[in-house]
Design a binder for this molecule. Sequence first.
Ligand SMILES: *Cc1c(COP(=O)(O)O)cnc(C)c1O
Length: 548
Amino acid sequence: MNDLDQAVLYGTPTESQEAFLTRALELGMAFIEGSARGGKVLEYQSEDVMRQYLAQPLPRQGMSLDGLMAELETNVVRTSVAQSDLRYLAFPDTGNAVAGLGADILCTFLNQNLIAYDRSAPSGMFIEMELIQWLRELVGFSHLPIDTPNLTLADVGGLWTSGGNMSNHVAVLVALHAKFPQIKQHGLRSLRKKPVIILAKGIEHFSFSSAALSLGLGQDSLVWTQANSDYTTDPDALQQTIAELDDDCEPFMVVSVAGNCRTTGLDDISAMRRICDDNDLWLHVDACHGGNLLFSDKMRARLSGIEHAQSVSLDPHKGLFVGYPCSYVLFKDPAALEFICRYPDKFRDPSCLDLGLIMPFYGSRGFHSLKLWALIKHLGVEGIGALVERRQALNDRLVRRLNKCGWFQLLNDGSFYRTAFVFYPQDVRRCVEAEGMHVTAADPIRALINKYTQIVSDQLYQSGEVVFDAFSLGDLDNRLNLGTADKYVAMAMAVGHPSIPVTKENAIFDTIDRIVAPVARDMVQELFRLAPREACNAPVSSKGPAGW
Ligand SMILES: *Cc1c(COP(=O)(O)O)cnc(C)c1O
């Protein structure tokens, strides 16, 4: 029977409370280490199986803490996906920085409410403000130490949010109001022209169409410009898009992507800045991925121009080793947040430092800034920069191996930490091109690539041994030699870890060879059904990368 006296913690923990909480910490570490998940990245189960053993009626009676822990262990922890595993290569969200983990545990225990200073989060307010100032300094925006006399909400110039999606929502909201202040009182219907955002097609993140939906702008408010073949915004096309805007449109934001979500292509921010200056436009830099380069003196030049953006989104829970939720949106002009302030007279009042007053969308929220603050304290900018640089070296090596292993065609050059590719074994490609099928049978070949990329992606994932991402992507650089118009089922490798021991790296590529070789054989068989076998005999009978 459940003991209600164990339910809440105050005073000295009882033996069973302490055992439960200690076990939670041990289990967390065993999860990251691997023993709590059978040594795999994940123990894959079909959705039906998952449902079956998780399905339970609403419990009328409770259970012991021991019983609960046992259930967490077998049903929840064991079937979770370890993004911190070295073989997890789908997203860079490793979340395993020790300082971050420790600070996050404390965040849970402290349960500070970052809505207000008094009675809620006195140290929390200052730490979050300080962290925001540090991030502003890294971006190249003005910043103040938090012991500046008479600091007010008007000096903060940034907000924590739960993710890049929300950061982009806030950026759109603030840019919209900066351009059209009348909206605050009279709403969107007071505008004579349609407010529009300009962004590049094919490399966009869904957050902008999502913001258009939730802010009542509608999808027509997104005006698409073109991306280059390297998956970055084409500045010339941007210029032209602006020049050709319909008369009934009034642009209020241009989005530059510093690390798009599929290939992490980094826009030429400075070129976009110049165009925005010429046209008096708000430039937003979505640096959810690229932001981590700001920590490296060697690499931050790749984001040059970011310091002249009006707003910037950063997503430390991607690629900065801290767990969810951790995102920030920063504004070059801190006064831009004034319209959001629930009590505008408090915005410049030094006696009020309640961040909740300048926080749209959220009320009560936790002390999630503590983990990034702690990480920066632990490693310093230089330490984090060194990890980012190590990761880049690892990425470059893994990209070379992925390219050389012969199974895949990369769709981008992998110069930052995310590389998209399809399953198109070299020998299959040779056969296709020797036969001219890329011209005469482009549709069936595309279908073949899509089908087998999906199979490879699923089999690798379900093996629980190596995990890549999967999504759809156009071949903007025509690397498949099948034209640029169609979208493909693509896989992607994202390198989030700073390093992988060489034995583990070799094991990853051995696993790939073992799992994909039989799929390649099936693909060849299917190709033979499309093409006369004689023509393909030579290339395909030669040994494939793993001797298939
Ligand atoms: C991931 C991503 C986002 C959204 O971030 P979440 O943290 O998933 O909400 C926005 N923009 C870009 C470019 C991203 O890669």
